[in-house]
Design a binder for this molecule. Structure first.
Ligand code: SF4
Length: 210
């Protein structure tokens, strides 16, 4: 089976299995999605949603967060891990939005990457969910599962992104990544993937090698 065939079978499988997908981070504005995504590094979305409920109540927009006290913010987001660095990043990000973008989140990739705490993964989450812009979100699930299926052999996230953007149409990137994340949580888990009930094992390179 060619990579293209695997990709097509996998894409159809995901669309059938998870017809409706949504971002699992809670947000009401672009600023809130950007902040929540920065906080989600090495943390579950569930935990981030608990923390952002309090955070956004106190700091609902970049103007409020830009003037926040480091210790106050750190105390709220502590349970997301790496909290000192994340606190520094989100306050600095908010300051940049206020100073350079009139308090709005920019949509261009290079402008997003210039913000503290924002890498390609975060930028793609924001661009895809807010503006349906193309960009594969290479998170831990996407990285693991696309390698298992046989859609990439790379481990470097940027190289994985390049491989995957060639096989999935740009307008589908955002939902495709959401679907893989659902699939990764439910079936193709990091430890002991449930291959026997998977549904797409016939197109999986890892399964063929067992
Ligand atoms: S067969 Fe196993 S490794 Fe392959 S996609 Fe399914 S659950 Fe994942």
């Amino acid at each position: 089976m060619t990579k293209k065939e695997r990709a097509q079978i996998f894409e159809q499988f995901l669309e059938d299995k998870y017809p409706i997908v949504i971002c699992s981070l809670n947000y009401q504005t672009p600023f809130q999605l950007l902040t929540a995504t920065i906080l989600s590094a090495q943390c579950t979305d569930k935990r981030v949603n608990i923390v952002t409920k309090d955070l956004f109540e106190k700091y609902p927009n970049p103007f409020a967060l830009a003037n926040a006290n480091h210790e106050d913010v750190a105390a709220i987001i502590k349970s997301t891990g790496m909290f000192n660095m994340k606190t520094k990043n989100i306050i600095s990000m908010a300051k940049s939005l206020v100073e350079n973008h009139g308090g709005e989140v920019p949509s261009e990739m290079d402008e997003l990457l210039a913000l503290a705490g924002v890498g390609r993964k975060t930028a793609n989450v924001v661009r895809g969910n807010l503006w349906q812009k193309p960009g594969v979100v290479v998170d831990t699930h996407v990285k693991r599962i696309t390698k298992r299926i046989g859609l990439t052999t790379n481990t470097d996230p940027e190289k994985v992104e390049r491989d995957l953007e060639k096989i999935v149409k740009g307008e589908k990137h955002c939902d495709w990544c959401h679907r893989i994340i659902y699939f990764g949580r439910e079936i193709c888990t990091s430890q002991k993937p449930k291959c026997e009930i998977c549904g797409v094992s016939h197109a999986c390179k890892y399964y063929a090698s067992l």
